[in-house]
Design a protein around this ligand. Sequence first.
Ligand code: DAH
Length: 349
Amino acid sequence: MAAGGGGEGVAASLSEERALFDRELEAVGSRAQWEEVRLRWLGKKRGRVRQHLQTLRDLEGEGRKVWGREVNELKRHVEAALARREAAVKALEASASSLAVDVTLPGRRPAVGALHPVSIVTQEIVEIFTAMGYSVAEGPEIEDDYHNFGALNFPPDHPARDTQDTFFIAGGRLLRTHTSPVQIRTMLEREAPPIRIICPGRVYRNDNDLRHSPMFHQVECLVVDKGVTLGHLKGTLEAFVRKLFRPDTGVRLRPSFFPFTEPSAEVDITCPFCSGGGCRTCSETGWMEILGAGMVDPRVLAGCGIDPAVYSGFAFGLGLDRVAMIRFDIPNIRLLFDNDQRLVGQVRG
Ligand code: DAH
C-alpha cells in the first residue's frame, strides 16, 4: 500500500488515493461498473479503504490518530460519492430503457390514401380517349352567360335555361351548369379543325336530392372535322362504353333535344348489372341512360368561326358521378361527397 506512517506524507498519499477514486468513479457508466468500483474501494476483504484501515494497527500515538482521521475521511468521501453516483446511474439506465425500441411490437400501419371513385372513373375515361388521339381541355368553373348559354344556342329567355337550375353570382357571372362551355372556348381558341377533345370538370346546379348534388362532375367530348357523321358518334360511344363497362355493352340512341346539337340524342347502355336482361337497378328495362349527345348545331360552329358547310362535329356530355355510382354500385350520390373515409378507402379502380 502507498500509505506510509508520517503526518504530511500520509495526507499527501491519501489525497492521491482520493483523486484516483474520483477518476474511477467519474468513468462509471453502468451499474456493473459502479459495482466494480464499489468492491475495489469498499470491499470487505480487499477494498482499498479497508487496507488503509488495516495499516492503523502498525501505528501508535499521534501518527495513529492523524492517519485514522484521514482514512475515515476517505471512507466517508468514498461512501457518499458512491451513493450519489448510484442514483445517477440508476436514473440514466431507467431513461435508456424507456427509450429502447421493442422490436417485437407490431409496426404502426401507415394510412394509405385511395383515389376517390369519381377520380378513378375520370382517369379511366381520360385514358380511353387519349389512347384514341384526343387531348384534354379545361375551362373555368366561373363562367359567363355567353359561354354557358348564348354561344351554345340557348336563345335569351328561352325555357331551356330553366332546366339548368343555374347558380348566378355577382357581376352577371354564373357557376357553369355543364362542361359544354369548354367546347366553345376550345373552338374559339383553335386556329381550325380537326378538334378532338375531352373536358372533365366540376359543374353546379341548384338541385339536391338522392340522385342530384349541387356540385357534380361531367366530361364533355367534342370532335370537329370534315365529314364527321352520326355514325362516328355512335361508333365512338360504343368503343368508349365497351372499355369503361363491359366488352358486350350495347348502345342505344333515343331522339332528344339540346339547343347546341342537331339532331340530339339521349344515350342508353345495356344495364351492366344484368347485361340487358332486366333487374331492379335498371327498373327491369335492361337499359340505363348515361349521357346526352348529338351533332354540333351548325349555328354553334358558325358562332365560333367554323364554316358548317365545310366542317361538322359531334359532341356528348356524360355525368361522371353517375358512372362512378354504376361502376362501384353506390346507391346515393351524397355518399360521394360526404368525405367518408370508409367509402373512399374501399374502392379500388
Ligand atoms: N350539356 C348537357 C347537359 O349538361 C349534356 C350534353 C348533351 C352535352 C349533349 C353535349 C351534348 O355535348 O352534345 O345536360
